[in-house]
Write a protein that binds this ligand. Structure first.
Ligand code: GLY
Length: 388
C-alpha cells in the first residue's frame, strides 16, 4: 500500500461543504487535504441556490432557523471575501423572494406561514394578488395573495463551488482526486482514509463531508455512521432571451398540489425551476414525470415560461437527516468529525458550516450556535430508545 505525507486535516468530499471546511481550516493554519474524484461537483451543481431562511421556515424547525439566520447574516461578508480572493463573480443577488398562493387553501397555508414567521421575529409582508402582480407582472392572474420576503436572497451554487476550489488552492489545500473507500482507524482514533487505488492518506483529523454518501464510507464504526439518506431533487434550467428580460425580478415560489415549486432568476438570464423531492435511493434519473410536474406547476404560477428555451434538466441528491438539520462537529470516534446532513439548506449553511468546523478542528469544540447540531444528538436518542 502506498502512503502519502500526513495532513493535519483530511476532508472526505469536495462539494461546497467539504470545500468551505477545508478552506477555513487551511486559513487557520492546518495542513489540509481534500479527497474527492471531482472537487467542486456534488449537489451544488444542481441546486438553485436560494438563501431562503424565512420562506423555507417549517413548524418544529426553530432551532435550525437560528443556524440558518446566522449563516444568512454572514453571506455578504463571505461573498465579499471569496470574490476579493479569487476574482470570481458568485452571482449573489439580494433580490428577495415572493411566495404566492394560487387558491384559497394555499392562501390559508401562506397565512399560517406568515404568522409563524411573525412569531419567530422574521420580517415578511402580506400582499394581495394585485400587489403581487404589480411586483411581478408575469404572475398568473389567479394569484390570490403572497408574502414578500426581502431578506431571502440567492447565489449561483456552480460559481460558488468554483470559487471555493480556487480559494482552497490559494490557501494551499491539497486535492487527492480519488474516491475515499475506507476510513482508517488506529488505536481507537480516525487516522486517515484509503482511496480506491489503495493509497493510504494519513491525517490527524478526518472530516466526513460526503453529502448523501456520508453514511457509506467503509470502516466507520456503526455507532458514529451518520444517519443521512439521499433525497432526490430534479431541477430545470431555462433561458430568458434578452427580449423577455427582466422576466422575473426576484425568486417566486409556491406550493402547488402539495409540492414546492420555485423559479429563481439569475442576472445572466438563467431561470432555475425546482424541485422535486423523491425518496428513491441513489437514483439520479431525470424522468418525464418529474419534468412534467415542474413545468406544469411553474406554468400555473407564471404562464409565460412555456415560451422560454429549456436548456438543462438534472437531478441531484440532498443529504437528508432524521430531523432535517445538519450534523456538525466531533463524533464519538476521536479524530472523526462530520459536516453533512444539510438537506435543503446546504448552500445557505455553507458560511456557518465552514466557521463551525474550523473552530471545532482547532479547539475541539463547536461554537455555541452550532452545538445543537452535534452528531451526538442521534446517539443520545438511540440510547434512550433502547429497552432497559
Ligand atoms: N432548498 C431547495 C430545495 O432543497 O429544493
Amino acid at each position: 500500500m502506498s502512503r502519502t505525507p500526513t495532513a493535519d486535516v483530511l476532508v472526505v468530499g469536495g462539494g461546497i461543504i467539504g470545500l468551505v471546511t477545508a478552506w477555513r481550516a487551511a486559513q487557520r493554519g492546518c495542513v489540509t487535504a481534500v479527497v474527492d474524484p471531482e472537487p467542486g461537483g456534488g449537489a451544488a451543481q444542481v441546486a438553485a441556490g436560494m438563501l431562503a431562511a424565512v420562506t423555507e421556515l417549517h413548524h418544529g424547525e426553530q432551532t435550525l432557523l437560528g443556524l440558518n439566520l446566522a449563516s444568512a447574516r454572514r453571506y455578504p461578508d463571505f461573498v465579499a471575501e471569496l470574490t476579493e480572493l479569487t476574482g470570481h463573480d458568485l452571482g449573489y443577488r439580494r433580490c428577495g423572494t415572493l411566495a404566492v398562493a394560487l387558491d384559497t387553501d394555499d392562501r390559508a397555508h401562506l397565512r399560517e406561514l406568515h404568522a409563524l414567521q411573525a412569531r419567530s421575529g422574521l420580517e415578511s409582508h402580506w400582499l394581495s394578488g394585485r400587489e403581487c402582480r404589480r411586483l411581478e407582472p408575469m404572475l398568473a392572474p389567479c394569484v390570490r395573495g403572497g408574502l414578500r420576503v426581502d431578506g431571502d436572497h440567492q447565489i449561483d451554487p456552480r460559481r460558488l463551488s468554483a470559487a471555493l476550489v480556487a480559494a482552497c488552492e490559494r490557501a494551499g489545500v491539497v486535492f487527492h482526486r480519488a474516491w475515499a473507500e475506507r476510513l482508517s482507524v488506529t488505536g481507537g482514533r480516525a487516522s486517515g482514509v484509503v482511496t480506491g487505488d489503495g493509497t493510504a492518506l494519513a491525517a490527524g483529523q478526518v472530516v466526513l463531508a460526503g453529502g448523501s454518501l456520508s453514511g457509506r464510507l467503509a470502516g466507520v464504526p456503526e455507532h458514529v455512521l451518520p444517519p443521512v439518506r439521499p433525497v432526490k431533487g430534479q431541477v430545470l434550467r431555462l433561458t430568458v432571451p434578452p427580449r423577455y428580460a427582466p422576466f422575473l425580478h426576484r425568486t417566486v415560489r409556491a406550493v402547488v398540489r402539495g409540492s414546492q415549486v420555485y423559479l429563481v432568476p439569475r442576472e445572466n438570464g438563467e431561470l432555475v425551476v425546482g424541485a422535486t423531492s423523491e425518496e428513491l435511493g441513489w437514483d439520479t434519473t431525470v424522468t418525464a414525470g418529474g419534468v412534467y410536474e415542474l413545468l406544469r406547476d411553474a406554468h400555473e404560477l407564471v404562464p409565460g415560461i412555456t415560451e422560454l428555451p429549456l436548456t438543462e434538466t438534472r437531478a441531484g441528491l440532498r443529504p437528508g437527516s432524521p430531523d432535517n438539520a445538519p450534523l456538525l462537529g466531533p463524533t464519538e470516534l476521536d479524530g472523526l468529525l462530520l459536516a453533512t446532513g444539510h438537506y435543503r439548506n446546504g448552500v445557505l449553511l455553507t458560511p456557518v458550516t465552514g466557521d463551525a468546523l474550523a473552530h471545532a478542528l482547532t479547539t475541539g469544540e463547536l461554537p455555541a450556535e452550532a452545538r445543537p447540531f452535534t452528531p451526538r444528538r442521534f446517539r443520545a436518542a438511540a440510547l434512550l430508545e433502547q429497552p432497559a
